[in-house]
Design a protein around this ligand. Structure first.
Ligand SMILES: Nc1ncnc2c1ncn2[C@@H]1O[C@H](COP(=O)(O)OP(=O)(O)O)[C@@H](O)[C@H]1O
Ligand SMILES: [Mg+2]
Length: 245
C-alpha cells in the first residue's frame, strides 16, 4: 500500500535533516501507529506522504505508483480538525465528494449509513460548534473516510480529548475496525493507544525509524490495556523514546 525507500528530507536545506535515508513499508489493511518525541518529524512525514512536501532524496510509492503527484491520493486528517464552522455536520462530511465533483445526493444512503455508525445521525444538521470534542473528531474522521481513499493518514486524531472520551473513541474504533477495510497510519503520543490499536508501531527518532510488532489478538477490546504484554511493550517503548540508543 505504501512504500518509502531511503527518504531524506530537510526544510530549506537546513543543516540537520528531519529524515535521513528512512525506509518503511505498510501493507494493505494494516493499522500502523507512528510515535516519537515532539518535533521528531511525524507530521512532516504525513505531508511528504500526501504530496504537500517533496523528498530531497528517495521514493514514496502509494499502491505501487512511483511517478506523478501524490496529492489527493490519500485521505488526510490534519492535527487540527479544521471543520468548517459555517457548514453543518452533513455539509462537512460531504466536502470531499464536492471537491471530487461526485454527486453526493446519489451517495446519500451510504452517507446516512456511515453517519449512523459514527453515532452522528441525530446531528447531521447541527453545526460543529454545538458538538463535543469526541463528536467533532468523529466528523473529521468520517470526512477523511469520505475521500474514498484506501490509505488514511490520521495525525493525533484523539490527542485533544479527555481520557474518558478517548477511551470511548477507542471502543468505538475497535468495534468498527473489522469492517473499515482501510490502511491506517496513525500519529499519537499516547503509547497505550498506539499499542491497543495497532498491528505495528514505528518510532521516529533522530531521523530514523524503529519498528515493533504488536502481538495482541484481534478483534481487540479496550480491556486489553491491562494485558501484561501491553504493559511490557509500553515500558520498552518508553525507554526507547526517552533514552539514547
Ligand atoms: N514549515 C516548516 N519549516 C521549517 N521547519 C519546520 C516546518 N514544519 C516543521 N518544521 C520543523 O520540523 C521539525 C518536525 O516537525 P513536525 O513534523 O511537526 O514534528 P512532530 O509532528 O513529530 O511533532 C520540527 O523541528 C519543526 O520545528
Ligand atoms: Mg505533529
Amino acid at each position: 500500500m505504501l512504500r518509502i525507500k531511503n527518504l531524506s528530507f530537510s526544510f530549506n536545506g537546513k543543516s540537520k535533516p528531519i529524515f535521513y535515508q528512512l525506509s518503511m513499508d505498510v501493507k494493505a489493511g494494516e493499522f500502523v501507529s507512528i510515535i516519537g518525541p515532539s518535533g521528531a518529524g511525524k507530521s512532516t512525514l504525513f505531508k511528504l506522504i500526501n504530496g504537500l512536501l517533496e523528498p530531497d532524496e528517495g521514493e514514496i510509492q502509494i499502491k505501487g505508483n512511483k511517478s506523478g503527484s501524490r496529492l489527493g491520493s490519500v485521505g488526510y486528517m490534519p492535527q487540527k480538525d479544521l471543520l468548517l464552522p459555517w457548514r453543518t455536520v452533513l455539509e462537512n462530511v460531504i466536502l470531499p465528494c464536492e471537491i471530487l465533483k461526485e454527486d453526493w445526493r446519489k451517495k446519500m444512503p451510504v452517507i446516512q449509513e456511515w453517519l449512523s455508525r459514527f453515532d452522528l445521525s441525530q446531528y447531521e444538521n447541527a453545526y460543529p460548534d454545538e458538538l463535543s470534542g469526541g463528536m467533532r473528531q468523529r466528523i473529521a474522521f468520517l470526512r477523511t473516510l469520505m475521500t474514498g481513499r484506501d490509505l488514511l493518514l490520521l495525525d493525533e486524531p484523539f490527542g485533544a480529548l479527555d481520557s474518558m472520551t478517548k477511551r470511548n473513541m477507542h471502543r468505538w474504533l475497535l468495534g468498527l475496525w473489522g469492517e473499515l477495510k482501510k490502511t491506517v497510519l496513525f500519529i499519537t503520543h499516547d503509547l497505550e493507544e498506539a499499542i491497543l490499536l495497532s498491528d505495528r508501531i514505528f518510532l521516529i527518532k533522530d531521523g530514523r525509524v524503529y519498528e515493533r510488532k504488536v502481538h495482541l489478538a484481534r478483534p481487540r477490546s479496550t480491556e486489553q490495556i491491562y494485558h501484561s504484554e501491553l504493559i511490557e511493550m509500553r515500558k520498552e517503548l518508553e525507554k526507547l523514546i526517552h533514552h539514547d540508543n
